[in-house]
Write a protein that binds this ligand. Structure first.
Ligand code: IPE
Ligand code: IPE
Ligand code: MG
Length: 256
């Protein structure tokens, strides 16, 4: 038997967490990227199938978006499915494809009303079912004029795949060796206009990157809260931003 699960998170909308007073509103990270990890363990703890953990992660995603909006974060990137996640059992992969498709159908209107631009990062032309691509395209189209927050779903995303795809695009363009620079490579990433993440948050206590935003993360601050993704709420985002504000970013130089 699984151990007694922790009590469910407080989902009373009347008790939305306040932004902590000690959080410096003038030093909000521009771009926060999350690895939404721990869904399977959350379900296991409750004796539920892993897929129930993914389903429960939807509330966490929506609350994280609301927290980012409240803080004034401009870019939020969420790891939803990696190029390596195809290695999971076919049933779980099928579930995740359908879940992401239906999540977009369920949530895109409310996200649109909140001023969220939905975008996708990852390999489009490899394995993703056509019907999922259709929902992705429609969600991006619907929200493309919004600028309050850009929510990028990293879907069928791999950091190595992104770099390979950028290199291939440069080779196809015939970029000369002398023009192969960091700036040129960046221009060929999936979203050249996306700033590098200032803060990366991986839930579930795993201290690894798992092929996320490898190029973009070169100087990100990394925070690893223990909370499992389905229990993540905006207060966890606020805590991560507080931790970010305690860090000293140096970029290889020295403190000025
Ligand atoms: C993250 O949760 C969601 C995806 C990778 C799609 P996991 O499914 O990895 O959950 P754990 O790590 O097994 O608990
Ligand atoms: C990373 O989590 C991918 C997503 C959250 C979508 P994983 O659970 O797949 O990563 P590993 O296998 O623990 O490294
Ligand atoms: Mg995991």
């Amino acid at each position: 038997m699984p151990e007694t699960p922790p009590p469910p998170p407080d989902q009373d909308p009347g008790k939305v967490a306040e932004i902590p007073v000690e959080l410096d509103r003038s030093r909000i990270p521009t771009h926060v990227a999350c690895v939404m990890d721990g869904n399977g363990r959350w379900a296991n703890q409750r004796g539920l199938p892993r897929t129930e953990g993914h389903a429960a992660g939807e509330i966490a995603l929506v609350d994280a978006v609301d927290g980012a909006l409240a803080l004034g974060v401009k870019w939020l990137t969420m790891y939803a499915f990696s190029t390596e996640n195809w290695r999971r059992p076919a049933d779980e992969v099928r579930y995740l494809m359908g879940f992401n498709e239906s999540l977009l159908m369920r949530r895109r209107d409310e996200l649109n009303e909140k001023g969220v631009r939905i975008r996708f990062s990852g390999r489009r032309d490899w394995r993703v079912p056509r019907r999922v691509l259709k929902q992705m395209d429609e969600s991006a189209e619907l929200t493309k004029k919004n600028r309050r927050l850009t929510l990028t779903m990293a879907f069928n995303y791999g950091g190595r795949a992104e770099i390979i795809d950028a290199v291939k695009a440069m080779v196809a363009e015939g970029v000369a060796e002398k023009n192969v620079t960091e700036k040129a490579l960046r221009k060929h990433l999936y979203h050249p206009d996306m700033p590098d993440p200032d803060l990366v948050v991986r839930t579930s206590g795993e201290h690894r990157i798992s092929n996320y935003l490898l190029w973009e993360m070169a100087y990100s601050e990394l925070v690893f809260p223990e909370v499992l993704w389905p229990d993540f709420r905006r207060e966890h985002l606020y805590e991560a931003v507080l931790e970010f504000q305690r860090r000293e970013r140096r970029y290889g130089g020295l403190e000025t």
